[in-house]
Write a protein that binds this ligand. Structure first.
Ligand code: ATP
Length: 202
C-alpha cells in the first residue's frame, strides 16, 4: 500500500494535520505514541532495554522507569543512539503489524513520526510531508499545550534536526502558520496521493 510519511518540528502541528487526513478516511500510524506504548509491551524491546541500561529500567510491576532512562540518555549522544537503535526497529515492527490490520481498500496510509528522517523510516515511505511553522508560533503553541516554559521548549527544539535540513529530504510541504489554511493544503495533497497511489496499483 502507498505510504506517506509526515514529520515536522515540535509544535509545527503535524498531529493536527494528521487529524485532517483522518477526517478524509486515511488511517494514521502515530509512531511517537506507539513508541511509548511498546516500551512496555514489546518483549524483545523490553529485554533489549534491560540488558543495555540495567534491570532498574523497569519497576517490579513492569512500568518504565523514565527517570532512570532519561538520566542516562539526556545529553549523552552515544547512549541516546543506543536507545534509538533498540526503539526504532521495534517501531518498524509495530508499523508492520498495524499495516496488516488496515482496511485494504484505503488508498494510502500516513505515518506520523517526529524522527521520520533521523530514524531512516522515510525510506520505507513512498513520499513525505514536512509541516512547518514560524519558530515563535511553535514555541507559543507548545508552551500553551504542555504548560511549560520557553526554556523547556527551546531545550527540546535544540535537540531536533532543523527545518532547513529536513526540507532537503522532504517531498511535500504544509505551512501551518496563521496565513495558510491547513485544510486546503491537505485537500491538494490528498488528490496528489490518490493519483500516485492509483498509479502504483496499476
Ligand atoms: P509535537 O511534536 O510536540 O507532538 P506537533 O507537531 O504534533 O507537536 P500539534 O500537537 O499538532 O503539533 O500542535 C501543537 C499545538 O498547537 C496543539 O495544541 C494544537 O492544537 C495547536 N495547533 C496546531 N496547529 C494549529 C492551527 N493551525 N491553529 C490553531 N492551533 C493549532
Amino acid at each position: 500500500m502507498y505510504k506517506v510519511g509526515i514529520t515536522g518540528g515540535i509544535g509545527s502541528g503535524k498531529t493536527t494535520v494528521c487529524k485532517v487526513f483522518e477526517v478524509l478516511g486515511i488511517p494514521v500510524f502515530y509512531a511517537d505514541t506507539v513508541a511509548k506504548q511498546i516500551m512496555v509491551t514489546d518483549q524483545l524491546l523490553v529485554d533489549g532495554v534491560r540488558s543495555a541500561f540495567g534491570v532498574e529500567s523497569y519497576a517490579s510491576d513492569g512500568k518504565l522507569n523514565n527517570k532512570h532512562l532519561a538520566g542516562i540518555v539526556f545529553n549523552n549522544e552515544a547512549e541516546l543512539a543506543k536507545l534509538n537503535a533498540l526503539v526504532h526497529p521495534a517501531v518498524f515492527r509495530a508499523f508492520g503489524e498495524w499495516e496488516k490490520q488496515v482496511d485494504p481498500t484505503v488508498p494510502y496510509t500516513l505515518k506520523e513520526a517526529a524522527l521520520l528522517f533521523e530514524s531512516g523510516s522515510y525510506k520505507m515511505c513512498d513520499t513525505s510531508i514536512l509541516v512547518t511553522a514560524p519558530l515563535n508560533l511553535k514555541l507559543a503553541r507548545v508552551m500553551h499545550r504542555d504548560q511549560v516554559s520557553a526554556e523547556q521548549v527551546n531545550a527540546r527544539m535544540d535537540k531536533q534536526m532543523t527545518d532547513e535540513a529536513k526540507a532537503k529530504m522532504a517531498n511535500h510541504f504544509i505551512t501551518n502558520d496563521e496565513q495558510h489554511s491547513i485544510i486546503e493544503q491537505v485537500l491538494v495533497l490528498h488528490q496528489q496521493f490518490l493519483f500516485a497511489a492509483g498509479n502504483i496499483q496499476l
